[in-house]
Design a protein around this ligand. Structure first.
Ligand SMILES: *Cc1c(COP(=O)(O)O)cnc(C)c1O
Length: 483
């Protein structure tokens, strides 16, 4: 499997899965994609139906990472996708499924269900990919005798998923910046209660943007970056995207009886990583009818799929909402889909994303390419705070099921795209306990708390408070990496 950049540089070079695993953007600023998507045969699809999650993950990943020996990859997936790691299930009997399908009911003739992706250690779907990444990083670094210091900024989900994936891993340290006293008590406790010596929580005296600016400043110091082997685990990481392909297959098998049926998925979206994985599953041959992109008030993606206009937002136009993990101003994985939409023409992708940088967006409305969005199965919708509150209340009353704010955005939009006879699977991206304030508002009661999280906020916390200044952060990192 060879990987290419969406912007076309180094077209003659070979990049394996392992080559791009630890890197970020391609050197021309593009994103990596396989030179061609592997197709799944009818025989394979039939055989995969019976597999465990771990073995299904092996089958799918092996098509994208032929440079990793089969036995090693099988061992990695079996160690990653265990009922012990994905133990925070609603129903204990479902733990072996890793991503159980929770049936709600039939609406407008369409069976409606939730695919539970948030039963991992941090109760958000990011664990699905990040746990694999932790094991893949450790494996690859050990093979090449290397070490890695991950530097990141978080306002919640990503940072904690990265820490829980990398804790205790040989050859890896995590330096995670978060805004001091600005996260919820639950999220703070989730991260800061980790006592592993390779995890460093840095509470920055500032806001989330300050944390992000510091990460950028450190990453732009190329000498420091090289000397201290600084890397990232952001959402453009290819391995994260491909790990997410697995649960589209798993969800399909759970919602259907035979491989002649089609299903639709609704995906609460921010950086377009999750739904990009759905697109890839469809390109591999999974019978997907529609991919419904659900946004909150930050509707960059909904606007594109409705109008053909992609217009990134300024920070002043980016709203802080009650589904905060979808509060984005631009969608960092979107370029991967645009590459396919334009018939894989890197010169045009380069031009469009130059326009994004220089003019703040692009307009495909008049071009024939936009009409092809439907051929790829994409439709969209957006949601507001009032919609979320209604959806949470309604699902609780009708189906006795508590959902989080992001899943509620998905459910609201899914209901606008139901088709009789076609199962609609809404991806559940987080558990309600992470966003308790809105649950209390909607239901006038406390969110459900998985047993493992009882007393979390009372655990001792380990973190370092630093001023919002890159020099202080560099000095701290240097003192711990000893280079
Ligand atoms: C990250 C996240 C999303 C958005 O996923 P993308 O891959 O960025 O589109 C949605 N919901 C939750 C709970 C998340 O943590």
């Amino acid at each position: 499997m060879n990987y290419i950049s969406t912007r076309g540089a180094g077209a003659g070079e070979r990049h394996t899965f392992s080559d791009i695993l630890l890197g970020g953007l391609a050197k021309d600023g593009g994103l990596y994609l396989p030179a061609a998507y592997p197709r799944v045969s009818a025989d394979e699809l039939a055989r995969w139906r019976a597999l465990s999650y771990a073995d299904l993950a092996y089958e799918i990943l092996s098509k994208f990472s032929d440079d990793i020996p089969a036995d090693d990859l099988r061992d990695l997936t079996r160690r990653t996708y265990t009922p012990q790691t994905y133990c925070n299930v609603r129903d204990d009997e479902q733990a072996a499924q890793i991503t159980p399908l929770k049936t709600l009911g039939v609406e407008n003739g369409a069976p409606l269900s939730l695919l539970e992706l948030s039963n991992g250690p941090t109760l958000a779907f990011k664990d699905m990919a990040m746990q694999l990444l932790g094991n893949l990083f450790e494996y690859t670094l050990a093979k090449h005798g290397q070490t890695l210091n991950i530097l990141g900024a978080t306002s919640g989900d990503t940072g904690s998923a990265a820490e829980y994936a990398m804790r205790g891993k040989r050859g890896i340290r995590v330096f995670m910046l978060s805004p001091h006293k600005k996260m919820s008590a639950f999220q703070t406790a989730q991260m800061y209660s980790l006592q592993d010596p390779n995890i460093f929580n840095i509470a920055i005296e500032g806001v989330f943007d300050d944390c992000q600016d510091i990460v950028k400043a450190v990453s732009n110091d190329h000498a420091f970056k090289a000397a201290h082997k600084i890397g990232t685990v952001n959402s453009i990481n290819w391995a994260r995207v491909v790990a997410q392909v697995v649960y589209y297959f798993k969800g399909y098998f759970a919602a259907t009886k035979s491989n002649d049926e089609r299903v639709s998925f609704t995906v609460p979206s921010g950086n377009f990583g999750n739904v990009c994985a759905g697109h890839i599953a469809r390109m591999m041959g999974l019978p997907i009818e529609k991919l419904v992109v659900a946004t909150n008030e930050n509707d960059v993606l909904d606007e594109f799929f409705r109008t053909g206009i992609y217009r990134v937002r300024k920070s002043a136009e980016t709203y802080h909402t009650s589904s905060p993990s979808m509060d984005i101003s631009k969608a960092s994985n979107f370029e991967r889909f645009v590459f396919d939409l334009l018939g894989r023409d890197p010169a045009r992708v380069l031009q469009l994303f130059r326009d994004v940088e220089e003019k703040g967006g692009f307009d495909l409305a008049a071009s024939g390419d936009f009409a092809r969005v439907k051929e790829f199965g994409f439709v969209s919708g957006s949601s507001t705070h009032a919609d979320r509150v209604d959806a949470i209340r309604d699902v609780f009353e009708q189906y006795d099921t508590m959902i989080d704010t992001h899943t509620a955005d998905g459910l609201k939009v899914a209901r606008e795209h139901l088709q009789a006879g076609i199962p609609m699977i809404v991806l559940e991206t987080a558990q309600p306990i992470k966003f308790g304030e809105t649950i209390r508002e909607a239901l006038l009661r406390e969110p459900e708390r998985p047993a493992a999280f009882v007393g979390l906020e009372a655990l001792p916390q380990r973190f370092e408070v630093l001023p919002a200044d890159a020099q202080h952060v560099k000095a701290f990192v240097a003192s711990k990496t000893g280079a």
